[in-house]
Each structure stands twice: as structure tokens, then as C-alpha cells.
Design a protein around this ligand. Sequence first.
Ligand code: ADP
Ligand code: MG
Length: 715
Amino acid sequence: MLDSPLSNYFRLTERQILILKKFGLQIVRDLLWHFPVRYEGFAGRKAVADLVAGERASVHGRVIKTEAKKTFRKKISLAQTLISDGTGSLKIVWFNQPYMVNILKPNTDYTFTGTIKRDKNGLSMMNPVFEAGEITANESGILVPIYPETRGLTSRWLRFAIKRILDHLEVGLPSGSPTSLKDSIPEEILKKYNLPSLKSAIKEIHFPRNLKWAEAARKRFAFEEIFIIQLIRQAWRKKRDEHPSYQIAIEPEKIKDFVKAFPFELTGAQKRASEHILEDLGRAKPMSRLLEGDVGSGKTAVAAVASFAAVQNNFQVAYMAPTEVLARQHFEEFIRRFKQLNIKIGLATSSEFLKYPSKAFAGKPTHIARAPLLKWLASGEIQILIGTHSLIQEKIKFKKLALVIVDEQHRFGINQRLKLTQKGHEENLPAGGQIPHLLSMTATPIPRTLALTIYGDLDLTLLDEMPAGRKKIITEIIAPEKRKHAYEHVRKKISFGRQAYVLCPRIESEEVRLLREVGLPEMRAVKKEYKTLSENIFPEFKVAMLHGKLKPKEKEKIMKEFREGKIQLLVATSVIEVGVDVPNATIILIEGAERFGLAQLHQLRGRVMRSEHQPYCFLFTESNSQKTKARLQALLEAKSGFELAEYDLELRGPGELTGQKQWGISDVGMEALKNIKMVEAAREEARKIIEANSIQKYPELARRVSAQSASLHFE
Ligand code: ADP
Ligand code: MG
């Protein structure tokens, strides 16, 4: 039953099927796992004639008429509705919500819940919650689940449908039959952490006896989600650990000399990270490490140290970046780091192959054809190969690849990362076959609990210190009337030779439509902003536009011109490449700042902190809410992106945690991340099962894990 299409159980129109599908609701199981966002407290149902002043009650009645008014003295706007249920009529009043008049349709039935008041005109109900139609009370008639709604899919229908399925499950299904609910969490774990069984939890999450039961149910599903992710990640790790890697002999003196040639001193964090990594490389067991550090914290230098150790031992290194711009940037930085050492470095992207050094031009890289590049890689002559995902191609074969570095690793699919770490054994890695060490890097600041979950297969190292000598960024929240001021400041800085970014929230047509519907200010669209800035505000400067709809070639061209200083002002969505290093860009203006997560804003401003010039970040917001202001204020005070990510998690609202979707964690799962104890428990229980290799003892768990990890492979 759980796997049959909803249309087997409900009479659905084509349109309804489409809407349900849009919400990922196709089979019965989907519907049961579509959890309410909250519960509304509906009180005991009463007839109008029986109402008493001072009590809270639910009344089911028909709307006779509605009108908008202003109070006589204070001019407060009111919406008034008169309803009748056959036993009498009742006045319903909303303060400051005049639009209620448009929402409530005359001659239609609703259930209203609120407190009854008495004034000189009789009884009335103030600011009630309400729902179309009649609320069918659950067992105790108190908590009614409210689901995420969209047009054409109401909470009311969802309640009806879910109730019906639950009733079905309740009767007539012999336990153990293939259609009954099977719990994926082992019983001893449920007991140990006092979690409700699946059967009870699924009932209580939809129709809870009281909020305590609802919470326990949510907690259970949250645990389950984190537990399964942990199992998948740790299984991968175990698979990696079953293979030996290349033992890289570390010669501390040589490494010291290598680092001494840098034009700067490594930060304490860079030193510590390098030590961790070198220690890992010195073992015959594959390293699986994630280096997490804010933009500009100097991850490339650490990557260079690790690469140096590998090439010293006559091994090869593959360094993969998500874009051509970044790959090229790393190539150039590596040339600077390795130039005295006569180490051969290659660059491979989809548009070019370069090799350094070249015979023809001493000290400069030259273009080469694909064939010699492949040849030199296979012979081990090219020791470090830097590039984009083109490194994954099967044709690219190394002689002795011992270290794989993946920059901005979240920008790659898991499958792509796997392919690179199994280089040379694309088809099937033989048991006991040697695999390279893996150094993953990311600048995405995420809370610790999230990192422990989604990177459950990696050891973490934080780069939590910025290179000395950087100017501290000046971040300001700009009130609308000060906008001109901010522009003048930008004009001045650009006249002195600096460059600036203007960031606009991403536009997705669906989102724009929804915003308009709920009456929020429309976001400043890139195109509109570009037009205003280039024509009216900064006609004297070269302004360009960068967004996701541009072709890759156009994007590269614009970024190149920006890097070369030919473009002074770049209007962009957040597509501007993570990690792009344009030191001369020292100002970033962010429109609709309230629409970004704090950690994301922090990352964005990191783009302008790459030189000795004073950097600025101006935040524009059209929201007047105190909450928004307090939230943005945190940016003025926080010390690191990780701190902000924790803050985001705490204050989590829609979209506040950057890229939640990308991590594939549900809303319920995100709740678990606020609870480090729960995350650690899930991690520990997963570890025990993986270590004992005992997952097959739990068939339902094994099924969930393999289904989910298959879908991850194709992400
Ligand atoms: P990330 O990749 O972590 O965002 P990068 O590796 O691109 O940062 O480094 C940013 C800039 O800082 C580069 O120009 C790099 O040369 C420089 N840099 C790195 N480490 C240091 C340091 N310890 N002191 C001064 N500058 C540094
Ligand atoms: Mg980087």
C-alpha cells in the first residue's frame, strides 16, 4: 500500500495529481512523510447560542457579510464579519487586518477559533484563527495539523487524506505484511534514546495527542534522518579505509625551506592544518580530510604544502576546482610557489591545456596540445595537474597519483569526487588496490552539527584565522534615505581605482510571483539594477552584468575583464564565482540583504577582502522589521563565518541556512541540527553498526540506506 500511487486511493483530477507531484507527493508513503509545519489549537466546538464571554471556543458557521471599517476615534482599521450557524449569529472582528474582507467569502462555511468577548453590543470573537469548512476534530479535538500550503493543495485536504490512510493502516493489515509500516530504527536504539516507534510517531506527528507527543515524534524523524545520512557517509569512509594509500615520507627541513620561500608567513591555523595533513600523508592509510576556512583564509597555500610533500616523493597531485577561472588562479599561484624547484605543473580545462615551465619561454607557461599532456601525465613528467572537472575524464591517466585535492568541494557532485579519488580504477577498484589521499576544501561556513552530519566521512580541520595585515571590513546597514550617500562613496573609491560588486538576490520566477502575492517588496532584479546603475547612477563607469542565464563563455569573458580592471562595477547574482580572487575589488553592495543567510552574506563580503585597501560592505534592505535589523546587526559583530552559521541555524527561517536544499536535509532534519547531543548520538550509533558490519541485521534500515545512497550517487 505504501508504494502505490495516491490515485489508487483518492479520486484525483489531473490537475490535483500535477500539484501533488510538484510537492513530491506521488505515492502513499510520500503523503505520510509530508509533515505538518505547525499545529493550530482549535478549541472545543460550540454552537453560537451556547457561547459564554471569556472562554475560548471554535464555532463553525457561514459568513453572512464582511466589511472593512476604521474605528471612530483612533482610526484603527477593522475587518468585521457576521457569521451564523443556525442557532444564532456572531460578530467576528480583526484589528489591523483589513484584507480579511477579501479572504473570507460570503455564503461560505468556516471554523473560527478564538476568545469570546462581551461588549455593549453583545458577544464577539477577536482576531480568531480560522479554516475553510468544518474542522473534524482528532481524538481530543485540540491540535490540528497545518501543512505547507500552496494553491490547490490545502491543509484540509491533506488532513483528510492522511487521516484516511492512517485509518487504513490501523485496520486489517497483519503486521509483517509487505504493506505495513516498517521501522528502520533498530529497537534497541529506540529504547535507548526514548524515541517513539514509527507507528506511533507517524500518527502523532500528524494528529498529536498534545504538543509533547508531537515533539517526540518530530525528534524521532529528525534522529532517523541524521542517522541514515551518517550510515551512508561512514560506510563510504569505511570503504575508502579498506584500501591502502601511498605513504609519503615527510622531511620537515625541506618543508620548512619550501614554506620559507613564500612571500608571507603562514598563519597559526595554516601551520596547524599543514601539520595535520602531513601527518595523514605520512601514513599508508588514505587521508580523507576536509579543510574548512573562510574565504581568504589561505587554503591554497596549505594545498601547496601538501602538494610539495607529494612531489618530493615522486608522486603526482591532481587539484580540481569548480570553474576555469579558479583553476587558472590556482595554477598561477602554484607557479609562484614552485618556480624555484623545477617542478612541472599542468593545467587542464575544457578550453585549454597549459604546461609550466616551458622550454620556449623561460618562466612562463605555454599552451600545449592534448596528446603531449596525456603523455607527460602518464610518464609522470607532469607532477601536478590542476584543472576543472575535465580532470575526471578517463583519458587522463596518471603514473602515480598519490594526492587528490578538491577545491570548493560542495560544488561537485559526490559522484565526481568519487571518480577523481578512484582515478586509474574507474571501472572497479580492485580489493586492496592503492588509492590516493584526499584533501577536500570548502569556504562554506556551516554549523558544526551540520558538518558532522554531511561530512560524516571526512576528518575536519578548521582554518579559523585570517592572514595578518588584512584590513578589517567595514560593514554598514544602509537606510533607504542614505542610499545616495553610499553611491557617492562608491563613486569616490572607483575614481581612486578600486572596483565594486553589486549583488542582487537570485530571481526565480516562482519566487517573484509568490512575493508579489504576499505583498513583499519585489527583489531588485539584476537587469533592472544594471540599467539603473549604468544609465543613471554611474554613467561614467563601465558597468557589467553577471548572472546564471549567461553562457559560460560570456561569464568567463566578463570575469576576465573584471579581473583586468576593464569593468569597474559588476552587477551580479550570487553566481559570482565562489573564491574568485580580484584583489582590487574592495566594495560590495548587497541588495535585499534580508533575503540572504548571514553565513552567505559573510561569504559574499569575503570577496572584497583580498588586498591592503580598506574593504567595505554595504547592506541594503527594504524590510523594516526589528528582527531583520537584529539579524543583520550580527554581521557587524561576528568574528567568523562559523559563528554566523550557528546564528543562522538558531534563527532559522526560510532559506536562512545557505543551501539547505543542496545538502538534502529536510525541515525536520534541520531541527535535529540544533541539538548537538542528538547529532552525536546518531553518529555514534551509526559508527557501531558500520564497524560491526551489521546493517543487514536491520533489513528496513539497509533498504533505506541503499535507496538513499543510490540517489546521492546521481546528485
Ligand atoms: P581561500 O582559498 O582560503 O579563500 P586563498 O588561498 O585564495 O584563500 O588566499 C587568499 C589570498 O591570501 C591569496 O592572495 C594568498 O596568496 C594570500 N595568503 C594566503 N596565506 C597568507 C598568509 N599567511 N599571509 C598573507 N597572505 C596570505
Ligand atoms: Mg580558494
